[in-house]
Design a protein. Structure first.
Lengths: 361, 239
């Protein structure tokens, strides 16, 4: 028999050890899943976690992809983590990401054709603003009418997807595109493209923004009064009220900040790796970033590494699909398992497992 | 209710739990706001102010619940010192927390109020009730308040710490502050307060001097024999 005993204070060791344990457990459970699907589990795990970085056959393609995929994940997760720490649950980053892409692309294309150097910064700002405003909908509904920001932000994802699909078919459709849906390809317009900055690294402006966001979030949480208020509101809401923390202001700030970062990530994606607004723009980064935020323990540095790891499972997952013929859904299940195990082993940080002999008390 | 505390005076508010003690503290701390004139500090209306503006004006409070209300359980004592001390101890620079200064403040509280702890980096949760209470009361008193309001200042606290806290409140009154002690411990009120008022069903009795107060009279007052209606709260401190 075993029994759970609450720890007086969370175990520092397990707080840092649980992400690693969760990854290990995900590998085991994922391996079992792949074995049931009739694939060699060891080969599949190696293909996902090892080959993208070290295999001679795949690394030249896969390594740069790491930053391409990690950039938006980190950028979005950093924004989400601040709200999550304060107990403000923005689950709709995917929607803010899509709206950011839409607004950023639309702002640039309004000036087409142009070669002004100011267009790109304008587009970044428009993307951030779009994501910010989209996040303001759940934020203001929460502060004025006490609606649930989880539901409102989540449902707005589907509204955002319809909006971008409509834009791809109507007002942003490429006039020179032979009637096909989708906007002009921003990546082919020099003034609007978000290219790889250092060849072979996969680093584009989105990656730069992500690294900056990690630094800003770190300093804010450690030293700024706002970071203090965020932590206080999340840990002890009554003490936060006593300390005079304005919870409405905190909701607007956290939602707005995460929306702006998600919107920026969306724009960097549409102007770089994706290239254009399409009907089905949005690869689920906004949702995966939730996993990244928790995997990184809502800590900026942790999120940086969690983003890289999650990007690896994307790339490795694609490889596994190509090489082993694993279904895409199996890879998504694999990523989902990671969050599941992470939340499950979190128990170890707060509880101690005691084994008790039968009969003994 | 109407009440008035003068500079240098200790007013004790007694009553059985659940008669409005918590509400009174929330109304005075600024967590619940009122009309501007409803609460006055030396003639200045502070009723519409939030907790930080009231602290800035010199009205400091210490709620009953130590862990979770007066202090954040998982934060260090240094971080908890910042919780109410940010403004009066000038612990911020352009929006950034001056953690060095904050730690010095926390160490000052620990030393002056004899808080038994390995150091200011320890989480509030790890302290005993009495030590955390000394920290919480010390945090407010070392900010030199004009008015200090405490709810159940020695609840669940060992005798030595309780005596220490009571003396600290008396010292603060002697230094010219108005002290408002909300307590369910009538002996405590009789020991340190100049005046006594009873809280019953959200109504406050007329304050009477504690000197010569009989147990029978206190019993009657706690039972609501001298209720006073109205919704005003007036704090007045002549300079």
């Amino acid at each position: 028999m075993f029994r759970l005993e609450k720890r007086p204070t969370p175990s520092t060791f397990w707080i840092y050890a649980t992400p690693f344990l969760a990854v290990a457990l995900t590998m085991v459970a994922g391996g079992i899943l792949f074995a049931i699907l009739g694939k060699d589990p060891v080969a599949a795990i190696k293909l996902i976690f090892f080959d993208p970085l070290f295999s001679a056959d795949y690394a030249s393609y896969a390594r740069p992809q790491l930053l391409v995929k990690a950039g938006p994940l980190i950028l979005i997760a950093i924004g989400l983590s601040l709200g999550f720490r304060a107990g403000i649950w923005n689950i709709g980053a995917e929607g803010q990401y899509v709206i950011g892409a839409l607004c950023g692309a639309a702002a640039g294309l309004a000036f087409f054709p142009t070669d002004s150097r100011w267009v790109f910064p304008l587009m970044v700002a428009a993307g951030a603003l779009g994501g910010f405003l989209w996040a303001m909908i759940p934020a203001i509904l929460r502060t004025k009418f006490n609606t649930n920001e989880i539901l409102v932000s989540l449902l707005l994802v589907y509204v955002a997807k319809q909006l971008i699909a409509s834009a791809a078919l109507n007002f942003l459709r490429n006039p020179d595109g032979a009637g096909f849906p989708g906007s002009r390809n921003l990546a082919q317009i020099p003034a609007m493209a978000n290219p790889e900055l250092i060849p072979g690294t996969g680093l584009h402006w989105g990656g730069v923004a992500a690294i900056l966001a990690v630094g800003v979030a770190y300093v804010m949480l450690q030293r700024h009064i706002l970071g203090y208020q965020i932590k206080l509101a999340g840990q002890a809401p009554r003490a936060a009220r006593f300390a005079g923390v304005n919870s409405d202001r905190l909701i607007v700030l956290c939602m707005g900040f995460s929306g702006a970062l998600a919107g920026m990530a969306g724009f960097f994606e549409v102007s770089g790796p994706a290239g254009q607004i399409t009907i089905d723009f949005g690869a689920g980064y906004g949702f995966t970033a939730i996993i990244v935020a928790f995997l990184g323990r809502l800590n900026p540095i942790g999120i940086f590494f969690a983003g890289l790891l999650m990007a690896l499972t994307y790339i490795g997952g694609e490889l596994a699909q190509l090489v082993l013929g694993l279904p895409a859904a199996a890879i998504q299940a694999f990523q989902g398992m990671l969050l599941f195990f992470l939340l499950a082993v979190d128990l170890l940080a707060n509880y101690r497992i005691r084994f008790i002999l039968p009969g003994a008390r | 209710m109407t009440l008035q505390v003068r500079a240098g005076e200790v007013l004790g508010i007694g009553g059985v739990a659940g008669n409005g003690q918590d509400e009174l503290l929330l109304a005075l701390s600024g967590e619940v706001r009122a009309r501007p004139e409803a609460i006055q500090l030396g003639g200045k209306p502070v009723g519409a102010m939030g907790p930080n503006e009231r602290r800035h004006a010199g009205l400091l409070t210490a709620p009953e619940e130590r862990l979770g209300h007066a202090a954040a359980p998982d934060m260090s004592l240094t971080e908890n010192a910042f919780l109410t001390g940010a403004d009066r101890k000038r612990l911020t620079r352009n929006g950034f927390v001056d953690w060095r200064e904050t730690q010095i403040f926390a160490e000052d509280i620990i030393k002056t109020f004899d808080v038994r702890t390995p150091g200011p980096g320890v989480a509030a949760r790890a302290l005993s009730g009495g030590n955390l209470q000394k920290f919480v009361i010390g945090r407010e008193i070392l900010q030199n308040p004009f008015v200090i309001v405490v709810n159940q200042p020695t609840w669940g606290v060992d005798a030595a710490a309780a005596a220490f806290i009571r003396q600290a409140l008396l010292d603060r009154a002697a230094a010219g502050a108005a002290v408002l002690v909300i307590s369910q411990d009538i002996d405590e009120i009789l020991e340190i307060a100049d005046k006594f008022a009873a809280l019953n069903g959200g109504r406050l009795s007329e304050p009477v001097p504690t000197e010569g107060l009989t147990v029978d009279r206190i019993g009657l007052m706690l039972g609501g024999a001298q209720g006073h209606s109205g919704a005003e709260e007036v704090q007045h401190v002549p300079a």
